[in-house]
Design a protein. Structure first.
Length: 181
């Protein structure tokens, strides 16, 4: 496999629609989470003792897959000197995203956007930001005239947001409550 080469002198006008849609997704999630009263009803996934451990472990899995995303992206861009198939990047991203869906659904449906405690507020805002950046990245993938910095920056922002989500949820859970399933 050869490294992906993109000229860095391309215009960024092609990113206008993806950035706009990603921004709208981010705002829509925040508004929905704030306007709709949380139900307090926990939506669980089979195999977990409660919704909170489910969210913690699915977020941990998504974060591990995000590390795979970074390593495989570095390989695709020729920065590691090893060839990792592009399919590894695509499928680790798909699986990471799928793992976040029940977590985001529970957060929005049962808890809503909260800002009472700083950790929870940062977590809520990072969740909205993550889905906005993720949307922007996906919509930018087919833009042949996207600047060369597009995917490293959007991928880096998505990775950073997901790590921030993990730190404000899973890491907090593991260090405060412990390792429960």
């Amino acid at each position: 496999m050869t490294a992906i080469q993109r000229p860095s002198s391309r215009g960024s006008a092609s990113l206008l629609v993806p950035l706009l849609v990603g921004g709208l997704v981010m705002i829509a999630l925040g508004v929905y989470g704030r306007v709709n009263p949380p139900t307090g009803f926990a939506v669980g996934v089979a195999g977990f003792s409660a919704a909170l451990p489910m969210k913690v472990w699915l977020t941990t899995g998504a974060t591990v897959l995000a590390v795979v995303q970074v390593v495989s992206a570095l390989s695709m861009w020729g920065k590691l000197g090893i060839d990792i198939p592009a399919g590894v990047h695509r499928w680790s991203g798909r699986l990471a995203f799928i793992l976040t869906i029940p977590v985001a659904f529970h957060c929005l449906y049962a808890l809503g956007l909260q800002y009472d405690a700083p950790r929870v507020m940062v977590h809520s805002l990072l969740g909205c930001f993550f889905y906005g950046v993720f949307t922007t990245k996906l919509l930018s993938l087919r833009k042949q005239d996207a600047p060369g910095w597009t995917f490293p920056v959007l991928g880096g922002l998505a990775f950073t947001a997901l790590v921030g989500l993990w730190l404000t949820s899973s890491f907090w859970f593991f260090t405060t409550i412990g390792f429960k399933i």
